[in-house]
Design a protein around this ligand. Structure first.
Ligand code: GL9
Length: 826
C-alpha cells in the first residue's frame, strides 16, 4: 500500500482484544466526577440520563486522547486524506462500540456494579442516531469504522439532522410516522464548534468582474447565507490507536442575514427567516431509492458539500500543498449522487475564488472525485430541474453548462454520433429540462463503481452503458461489506466467544480468518455448541420482542427473517404470498398443518411516507399476522411477527437469531444488499435470487448451503420483453390462485373485499417486479428449507459453512478494494 496512508499499527499483530485504558477504580472516580461536575448531581440524585451521560463522557476520555494523537499524526504525515461525502450515516447505538474499541466493557461493568448500576440498562438508555434511511446510510457507517480500523487518514462528512429516520408506529395495522426526537435531550457524543461555522451562500446572481490579474471573470453574489456549524463525532478504530472524525454540519441562521429585517423592525419576518435557514439540517428525507425533487433537499446537498469541500481544501492548502498537488492529498468519494453538486462547487472554488484557469481546475477536479452508484432503478436516478437549480445555485448551473458543452464537443469530435451526444448530455431535455446528476458525477469523476459484481456489470451494460463504452477504464466494482465489529463481535457475543475459542480473536480485524472454521463444520461437538448459540440468540430476541412489542415467540422454530426497507422490488409481498398460501392450503385441506415445520416469520420494514403501495403492503402483512397468529389450525406451526420501527438497535438482536435470511428481490433490481451479508456471517442460510451480492454469497458458500430460486436477470429481462402477463401465472397455479383469492375474499379484512383490492389488482395486472412469476419456484424452495431444517446436523453444517466462507464481506475488505482500485490506484 502507498506509504502515505499509514499501514497497520503494531498492536494489530496482537491476537487479543484492546487493553482497557482505565481500571475499575479509576473508572469509578472519573464517572462520579462526571456526575458531580458536568451533571451537577450526586449519585443518589442521578437519573438514568445523568448516569448515561457520565458513562459516555468517561468512555470518551481515552478516545479523545487517541483522537488528538491521530490528528497530529495525520497532519505530520501530510499524506492523502479520504473524504467520504454522504448525506446519510445510519450509525446505530454508539455506547457498545465505544466500549469495545476502548476495551472498557468489563471494566465499566465491574466499576458500575460497585455503584449498583447495571451497565446494560444504561446502554439500553441510548436513542440511536438514525441519520440514514437504510442500506446506503448504514454502509457509510460501516465504511468509516473500517477506515479507522485500517488506520487510513479519512474523514466522513455529512449532515447533522435534528430529526433522523421517522419512528414507525402501527395504528390498526397501518404505518403512522412519528418524529425521531433523538436530539431532544442533546447527545453526549457530539463535539460542536459554533465558532468555526462557515457561511454557505444560496441564490442571488452572477456578475461579470475582473480578477486580480486583470482578466474578465465571473462572480457569484449569493442572495442569502446560512452558517454551517461543524459537529464532530469520534470514529474509533478497533485494535488500533486511530480515531478518525465524522464531521456533520448543522445549519444556523447567519446573523447579518437577518440584520436588515431586524433593523426594519419586522421581528416576525426575521424569526421566520431564521427558521427557514435552520430548516436546512432539520430533517432527513425518508425516501428510499427514489429522489424527491424538493428544493430543500437540494439545499441540504449543497449545504453540506460546500462546507465539507471548503473545510478540507482550506486545511490542505494551509499545509503548503499546491493547487496542482491537491489530487495527491485529497480524494472525495461521492456516496451516490446526493453530494455530486460538489463537482461544480470545487470548480467554482478553484476558478472564481482561487482564480485558477478553467482547464487546470477541471483536470484537478476530475482527479479528486470518485462516484459510487447504488441503484439500478431508473426512477431512482436524481435529476434537478434546471429552473430550480438555476434559482438556487445560479453560478453552479453556469459551470455545469460549460462542463457539458466541452464534454459534448469532445464526444462529438470523437464519435460524430449526435444520438450519443444527446444520450450522454448532462442536461436532459425531456420530459423537462434537468441536470442528470449521475451523468455529471460520471463526467466529473476519475472512477465510477457499482456495489456488487452483478450491479457493476449492469451499470456498464445498461444504466451508464454509453459512458462505459466511451471510458471503459473508468468503471470498476467494489462489492459492499459490513463491519464485523458491530455485526458479529458486538451483536453476537456468544458466537464471538465460540469463534475466539476455535480460531483466536484475529477474525475481528481480519475476517478472512473465518475460513479456519471450515474443518469444524464436520465436528459434531462444534456443531452442537454452534446450535446452542443460535438457540440462546432466539431466546434473547424473544425476550426483547416480548418486552418491546408484546410479541410472544416460541423458541423452537425456524426463525425466518425478512428485514429491510419496504419496497416493491424487494418483494415482501412474495414472502407474504408464501405464508398466506400455507394457510390457504390448510383451510382448503390440501395441506396438513402437522406437516408444516414450525416457523416464525419476522418482518421489519419502514415504508417511505408517500409510498402508497408500500404502506398498503404493511397493512396487509399486519392483517395477515392478526389472522394467522390467532388461527387455531396454525397454533404452534406458523407465526408472524412484525415489530414496528425496525432499526439498527433491533437488527443487532434479530440478525444473530435468524435461521433463514430472506433476500428475494427480483434479479437485476437490488444493487447489492448488505443485510444479506450480516445474516450469512451470523450463520443464517439465505433463501435468495441471483441478485446483488447474493450472487457472490451463493458462489462463496456453495449451492448446497444456499437456497437459490427464481429467475435470473436475463430471464426476467426476456420475460419483460416478451410481455409479462401476471394473471396467466395466477390462472395456471392453483396454490397461487388460492392464496390471492383468500386475500381478495376479505378473509384478512373482516370480509371487506375492497381493503386490499389495489394490491390484488396490482398483482394480477401489473406486478412490475414479477412476484407471481417467481412464486412457484419460491414455494418449492421453501419446501426444501423445511426438509433441510428437519435434518439438524445438515442444517448446522451449512450454517457453519456460511460463517466460514463469508469473511469476504467485511467492510475492511471493501475499503482495501477502494484503496487498490480507486483511491491509491495509479
Ligand atoms: C442502496 C441499494 O438499494 C442496496 O442494494 C445497497 O446495498 C445499498 C448500499 O450500497 O444502497 N441504494 C439505495 O438508495 N438504498 C440502498 O440501500 N436505499 C437506502 O439506503 C434507503
Amino acid at each position: 500500500m502507498d506509504a502515505r496512508t499509514s499501514t497497520v499499527s503494531p498492536e494489530a499483530a496482537q491476537d487479543h482484544e484492546p487493553s482497557p485504558a482505565l481500571d475499575a477504580t479509576e473508572f469509578v472516580r472519573v464517572f462520579t466526577n462526571e456526575l458531580q461536575y458536568t451533571r451537577g448531581v450526586t449519585l443518589p440524585q442521578a437519573s438514568n440520563q445523568d448516569k448515561y451521560i457520565a458513562l459516555v463522557r468517561t468512555v470518551l476520555r481515552p478516545l479523545i486522547d487517541r483522537w488528538q494523537a491521530t490528528q497530529a499524526r495525520q497532519a505530520e504525515q501530510n499524506g492523502k486524506t479520504v473524504a467520504y461525502l454522504s448525506a446519510e450515516y445510519l450509525l446505530g447505538p454508539q455506547t457498545g462500540n465505544a466500549l469495545l474499541s476502548t476495551g472498557l466493557e468489563d471494566t465499566a461493568r465491574e466499576a458500575l456494579s460497585t455503584l449498583d448500576i447495571d451497565l446494560d440498562e444504561l446502554i439500553a438508555h441510548e436513542i440511536e442516531p438514525g441519520l440514514g434511511n437504510g442500506g446506503l446510510g448504514r454502509l457509510a457507517a460501516c465504511f468509516i469504522d473500517s477506515l479507522a480500523t485500517k488506520d487510513i487518514s479519512a474523514i466522513g462528512y455529512g449532515i447533522r439532522y435534528n430529526y433522523g429516520i421517522f419512528r414507525q408506529t402501527f395504528v390498526n395495522g397501518h404505518q403512522v410516522e412519528q418524529p425521531d426526537t433523538w436530539m431532544s435531550h442533546g447527545t453526549p457524543w457530539e463535539i460542536t464548534h459554533p465558532e468555526l461555522a462557515q457561511p454557505i451562500g444560496f441564490a442571488g446572481r452572477v456578475e461579470d468582474t475582473i480578477n486580480s490579474a486583470g482578466q474578465p471573470a465571473r462572480k457569484w453574489v449569493p442572495g442569502w447565507y446560512v452558517q454551517a456549524v461543524p459537529c464532530n463525532y469520534l470514529v474509533p478504530g478497533y485494535g488500533t490507536d486511530t480515531v478518525n472524525t465524522l464531521r456533520l454540519w448543522s445549519a444556523r441562521a447567519a446573523d447579518e442575514f437577518n440584520l436588515h429585517i431586524f433593523n426594519s423592525g419586522d421581528f416576525e419576518n426575521a424569526v421566520r427567516a431564521r427558521t427557514y435557514a435552520e430548516n436546512i439540517s432539520n430533517v432527513l428525507y425518508p425516501e428510499d431509492s427514489t429522489p424527491q425533487g424538493k428544493e430543500l433537499r437540494l439545499q441540504q446537498q449543497y449545504f453540506f458539500v460546500a462546507a465539507s469541500i471548503r473545510d478540507l481544501v482550506a486545511r490542505t492548502l494551509e499545509r503548503g500543498v499546491s493547487y496542482a498537488d491537491l489530487p495527491q492529498h485529497i480524494t472525495f468519494q461521492l456516496n451516490d449522487t446526493h453530494p455530486v453538486v460538489g463537482i461544480p462547487e470545487l470548480m467554482r472554488l478553484l476558478v472564481d475564488d482561487h482564480e485558477l484557469e478553467w482547464d487546470d481546475a477541471w483536470s484537478i477536479t476530475r482527479e479528486i472525485f470518485n462516484y459510487t452508484c447504488h441503484t439500478l432503478l431508473p426512477e431512482a436516478l436524481e435529476v434537478w430541474p434546471v429552473d430550480l437549480f438555476g434559482r438556487l445555485l445560479p453560478r453552479h448551473l453556469e459551470i455545469i453548462y460549460r462542463i457539458n458543452e466541452e464534454f459534448l464537443n469532445e464526444v462529438r469530435l470523437n464519435t460524430g454520433n449526435e444520438l450519443l451526444v444527446r444520450q450522454m448530455s448532462i442536461i436532459q431535455e425531456q420530459p423537462f429540462r434537468a441536470v442528470r446528476m449521475a451523468h455529471l458525477a460520471t463526467v466529473g469523476s476519475r472512477r465510477v463503481n457499482g456495489v456488487a459484481a452483478l450491479h457493476s456489470q449492469l451499470l456498464k451494460d445498461n444504466v451508464l452503458k454509453d459512458f462505459s463504452a466511451y471510458w471503459p477504464d473508468k468503471f470498476t466494482n467494489v462489492t459492499n461489506g459490513v463491519t464485523p465489529r458491530r455485526f458479529v463481535r458486538l451483536s453476537n457475543p456468544e458466537l464471538s466467544d465460540l469463534l475466539n475459542d476455535a480460531i483466536g480473536t484475529g477474525w475481528v480485524r481480519d475476517l478472512s480468518q473465518l475460513s479456519q472454521l471450515e474443518p469444524l463444520a464436520d465436528d459434531s461437538g462444534f456443531l452442537e455448541q454452534f446450535a446452542l448459540v443460535k438457540a440462546h440468540n432466539k431466546s434473547r430476541i424473544a425476550a426483547v420482542l416480548a418486552a418491546r412489542d408484546g410479541i410472544e415467540l416460541p423458541s423452537d422454530a425456524i426463525y425466518d427473517v425478512m428485514v429491510k426497507r419496504l419496497h416493491e422490488y424487494k418483494r415482501q409481498s412474495l414472502k407474504l404470498l408464501h405464508v398466506v398460501s400455507l394457510y390457504a392450503r390448510v383451510l382448503a385441506g390440501t395441506l396438513n398443518a402437522e406437516d408444516i415445520e414450525p416457523r416464525v416469520v419476522v418482518f421489519g420494514a419502514k415504508a417511505a411516507p408517500g409510498y402508497r403501495m408500500a404502506k398498503e403492503t404493511i397493512a396487509l402483512i399486519n392483517a395477515v399476522a392478526a389472522r394467522i397468529n390467532n388461527a387455531p389450525e396454525l397454533q404452534g406451526r406458523l407465526k408472524i411477527a412484525f415489530p414496528a420501527n425496525y432499526n439498527v438497535t433491533l437488527a443487532e438482536k434479530l440478525i444473530p437469531a435468524a435461521d433463514l435470511s430472506e433476500q428475494i428481490s427480483l434479479a437485476g433490481k437490488e444493487a447489492s444488499g448488505t443485510g444479506n451479508m450480516k445474516f450469512a456471517l451470523n450463520g443464517a442460510l439465505t433463501v435468495g435470487t441471483l441478485d446483488g451480492a447474493n450472487v457472490e454469497i451463493h458462489e462463496l458458500v456453495g449451492d448446497e448451503n444456499f437456497f437459490l430460486f427464481g429467475m435470473t436477470e436475463p430471464d426476467a429481462e426476456s420475460l419483460a420483453q416478451a410481455g409479462y402477463v401476471p394473471s396467466k401465472f395466477y390462472e395456471k397455479d392453483a396454490d397461487l390462485k388460492l392464496a390471492i383469492d383468500l386475500i381478495a375474499s376479505g378473509a384478512f379484512s373482516n370480509g371487506d373485499r375492497s381493503a386490499f383490492e389495489s394490491i390484488v389488482s396490482d398483482w394480477l395486472w401489473h406486478d412490475r417486479f414479477m412476484a407471481l412469476a417467481d412464486f412457484r419456484s419460491y414455494l418449492d424452495i421453501q419446501t426444501k428449507v423445511e426438509e433441510k431444517y428437519r435434518d439438524k446436523a445438515a442444517w448446522n453444517r451449512s450454517a457453519v459453512l456460511n460463517v466460514a466462507r463469508t469473511g469476504f464481506f467485511s467492510s475492511d475488505r471493501s475499503i482495501q478494494d477502494y484503496l487498490d482500485r480507486i483511491w491509491m490506484e495509479k
